[in-house]
Design a protein around this ligand. Structure first.
Ligand code: SF4
Length: 328
């Protein structure tokens, strides 16, 4: 489903994604990196990943236009095969790849894939965060590596259908603006670990038809349904909102409101939720702190009571926090 459309239909439109300004700046940087038939991009791939190969002079940039994601994925597979047979530097600009996720095809669009003269393939990710003195924000590089690892897995599915199967390189090229300029800087990123983790996660995913089988008969998430019906359908699916959802999921505002209304402690963060053990709601936590509920042998309950006692002492009273007192 289109989760952004679903969030809008539920009355909690998503603010997920880049600002318009960041989006335009990112697009302008990507266009610059790929200008002149990808000459600079191919030069960077040669320099960082394949210095022993012949330097690219005039790389090929095949046309990947086709109708629909399936058509584009088929066109990409054909272009990859032709480029591999040609044995020449080739840039595939925004190819389309398909990957089976929980029994359903997901279509993925890397920024670029480069075919080397030896027939091997490299994923290229172009990001708009800066690379300062040759290194970038570790968290952002990690996120880019996880994203690229999914593309590597999808490319391997394409390679497996060719004989002999071309090598899909496990080092990807990350291209970023150099020191806040709009000149490109590049770095090879080894994604073997992220690839293995993602492959294991994909293998373990519950299949979509098994998830669908657990839903009430007739559940439908079509965004054009009346809002009450749509809300009831979405709420029939358990959700465990955490603040991390805000940067990763279009439904975050909807799930946050639902989680807060239920008083779920996960809305305060997954690490806090883990520390509180069996106490899953804010009311449970307050009752445990006041001594009106909870097993005193439970380390979380004991810690909460101690914290409540310290708070009372700090406020000049030895009595437990009164009913209805707000948490600091
Ligand atoms: S719980 Fe988080 S990840 Fe799941 S649907 Fe809600 S916002 Fe998205």
């Amino acid at each position: 489903m289109n989760k952004a459309a679903l969030a809008s239909a539920l009355g909690s439109p998503s603010a997920f994604g880049q600002s318009q300004f960041a989006f335009m700046r990112g697009n302008a940087f990507e266009a610059r990196v790929k200008a002149d038939g990808g000459a600079e991009l191919l030069r960077l791939v040669h320099e960082k990943l394949d210095a022993g190969a012949e330097p690219p002079v005039a790389g090929l940039v095949p046309d990947l236009a086709a109708v629909g994601p399936e058509g584009r994925a088929a066109r990409t597979a054909l272009a990859l095969r032709e480029a591999t047979e040609a044995g020449a530097w080739t840039l595939l600009d925004h190819p389309m790849l398909a990957l089976d996720v929980a029994g359903s095809p997901a279509f993925l669009e890397p920024d670029a894939v480069v075919v080397h003269p030896d027939g091997s393939w490299t994923v290229v990710e172009i990001k708009s965060f800066p690379m300062l003195d040759g290194s970038a924000d570790a968290a952002k590089v990690g996120a880019a590596a996880r994203q690229a690892a999914v593309y590597v897995l999808a490319l391997e599915r394409v390679a497996d259908r060719l004989t002999p199967a071309p090598e899909v390189r496990h080092s990807v090229l990350l291209v970023c603006p150099k020191d806040f300029s709009n000149l490109p800087a590049a770095s090879a990123v080894d994604v073997r670990k992220q690839r293995s983790v993602t492959r294991r996660q994909l293998d373990r995913l519950t299949r979509i038809e098994d998830i669908a089988a657990t839903l009430p008969e007739g559940t439908c998430f079509a965004p054009d349904l009346p809002t009450p019906d749509l809300t009831a359908a979405v709420e029939s699916v358990p959700a465990t909102y955490a603040p991390e959802c805000l940067s990763a999921c279009e439904l975050a505002f909807h799930c946050r409101a639902r989680s807060r209304a239920e008083g779920a402690v996960t809305s305060l963060g997954r690490s806090l939720r883990a520390e509180l053990g069996g106490l899953t709601s804010v009311d449970d936590v307050l009752d445990a702190a006041r001594g009106t509920a909870g097993d005193p042998a439970d380390p979380a309950v004991a810690a909460l009571r101690r914290a409540a006692q310290l708070r009372a002492e700090a406020l000049g009273s030895r009595s437990p926090a009164p009913e209805g007192a707000s948490c600091p």
